[in-house]
Design a protein around this ligand. Structure first.
Ligand code: HEC
Ligand code: HEC
Ligand code: HEC
Ligand code: HEC
Length: 358
């Protein structure tokens, strides 16, 4: 994680605290519930404070983006097959959606240059530069998912440095490698939950995608050519188990975080509360099948009589951080070999999103 990123996280944290304070006064998320169903402060589970869940982990440091261009000797120059697979995805074309999105930009009063200056590009593009207007490299590209590469590009492929030291150096410089499943998942959800109330309610932007990590990753998005560039090999069953469970944990974490930003009734509120419900019921299914110590803290979260997760303005201050810790810890401890009991829950190829490049 780069220093810059951390600074942003701290910044996001401070504004979050300030914001939550406001939210608590103005509204409580489940204000339609009767007071009795709200959890009293005293019944709160032990929480880990100060774990910051950024609104969009994908708000990358644009000054560290180098771009994917083959001609400049960047990503696609060395990773040709990955580049080809990527060029067949919706991500590749995600900038085009911004043209169709003009009515949204108008409703938000973003001005005619919204494509270059508006915040739309945080999710629809990989943008480069020290300040707006940015250079829009392309749609959602390599560095939106693997991290801006300025500080890790030369070290990540320096085969003179043995592993695991090379991996460690790359990670420290902000690279999001395959092993870092927690961060991978957080990136996807950071964009796909659309955690922005104004964008959805005022702008009329599509609300949270019905995102599930295994099925959304294993279709058009997957590009695993390492070792054999003739074949986009899939992932192992062990890895799918980890992706599935971490995906659900991060789904819950990010939905709770997005729920903490609800200030009014409307499309955003119903989509995000629905997303919380889905993630939580998915985790309950997992808890019935998988008995590992890292998931035990989930059973201590406060629930209502119907089994749904108890939410209140106060709980939403700390709950995302609590779930983040569980997710990170789980991702650290598991390679999937002991998680076979979750197999019946993992979506099969018929659910994969769009055809994968061969
Ligand atoms: C000069 C060639 C070169 C360039 C340019 C390059 N890479 Fe790599 N990359 C490699 C090599 C070689 C490896 C394999 C290293 C190994 O065997 O561990 C690799 C590995 C990777 C991995 C897999 C690491 C893991 O463990 O998950 C990712 C992801 C990656 N590169 C992304 C990128 C991105 C994104 C860019 C552009 C910002 C980029 N690379 C630019 C050569 C390059
Ligand atoms: C920087 C923001 C961002 C990140 C990070 C991101 N996405 Fe997306 N994704 C988008 C946008 C925007 C679209 C819509 C593009 C379009 O339709 O033109 C999209 C579309 C998709 C689609 C096609 C969906 C459809 O309905 O056809 C899939 C599949 C997908 N993303 C999977 C993923 C996965 C898996 C990850 C994480 C590994 C991920 N995305 C990370 C922004 C992002
Ligand atoms: C927080 C991330 C995020 C931001 C910010 C964002 N979008 Fe999107 N947008 C998405 C994702 C993710 C999708 C794809 C949803 C899906 O297919 O499930 C999308 C889809 C779209 C679509 C296609 C909708 C459809 O029905 O297929 C349009 C148009 C669009 N965005 C325009 C905009 C405009 C204009 C802005 C800025 C005012 C913007 N977006 C800002 C994440 C974002
Ligand atoms: C939507 C997010 C996303 C985008 C965009 C993306 N990647 Fe990846 N990439 C991933 C994920 C997730 C994995 C790990 C897949 C898995 O679980 O095996 C990965 C894996 C890789 C690997 C390791 C492949 C292997 O065989 O082990 C390389 C190399 C790589 N990406 C390079 C790139 C390059 C180059 C680009 C741009 C052309 C790119 N990626 C764009 C998410 C993304």
């Amino acid at each position: 994680m780069t220093v810059n990123r951390n600074k942003k996280f701290v910044g996001a944290g401070l504004s979050l605290v300030a914001f939550v304070a406001v939210v608590m006064i103005v509204v409580v998320v489940n204000r339609t519930e009767t007071q009795a169903t709200l959890v009293p402060e005293s019944a709160m589970v032990p929480v880990i404070e100060n774990v910051v869940t950024p609104a969009q982990i994908n708000q990358i440091d644009h000054s560290k983006v180098i771009g994917n261009h083959e001609a400049g000797g960047n990503c696609i120059g060395c990773h040709k097959e990955e580049g080809q697979a990527w060029s067949k995805t919706h991500h590749y074309r995600s900038l085009e959606k911004l043209d169709e999105g003009r009515p949204i930009a108008e409703k938000l009063g973003l001005g005619r240059k919204y494509k270059k200056t508006g915040f739309c590009i945080e999710c629809h593009s990989t943008a480069k530069g020290d300040a707006a207007p940015y250079e829009l490299i392309s749609g959602v590209s390599c560095e939106s998912c693997h991290g801006p590469a300025k500080d890790w590009k030369t070290v990540h492929n320096d085969l003179n440095i043995a592993q695991p030291e090379r991996f460690k150096k790359s990670d420290d410089a902000g690279m999001i490698r395959k092993d870092r499943v927690y961060l991978i998942a957080k990136n996807c959800f950071g964009c796909h939950l659309v955690p922005n109330e104004t964008l959805v309610n005022t702008g009329g932007h599509k609300a949270a995608s019905d995102f599930e990590l295994v099925s959304w990753l294993h279709g058009e998005v997957l590009h695993n050519y390492a070792g054999d560039t003739t074949k986009n090999r899939g992932t192992t069953q062990e890895r799918k188990r980890v992706l599935y469970i971490v995906g659900k944990l991060v789904h819950l974490e990010m939905s709770l975080y997005a729920a903490g930003k609800i200030t009014e009734r409307g499309h955003y509120r119903s989509a995000i509360l629905n997303s919380v419900r889905k993630a939580w019921s998915g985790l309950q299914e997992i808890m019935e099948k998988v008995d590992v110590p890292e998931l035990k803290p989930l059973a201590e979260l406060q629930t209502r009589d119907d089994g749904s997760l108890a939410l209140s303005g106060a709980l939403l201050k700390s709950l995302p951080g609590t779930v983040a810790k569980i997710a990170e810890n789980f991702a650290d401890k598991h390679d999937g070999s002991k998680l076979g009991s979750v197999d019946p829950l993992i979506p099969g190829p018929e659910k994969y999103k769009h055809t994968r490049h061969p």
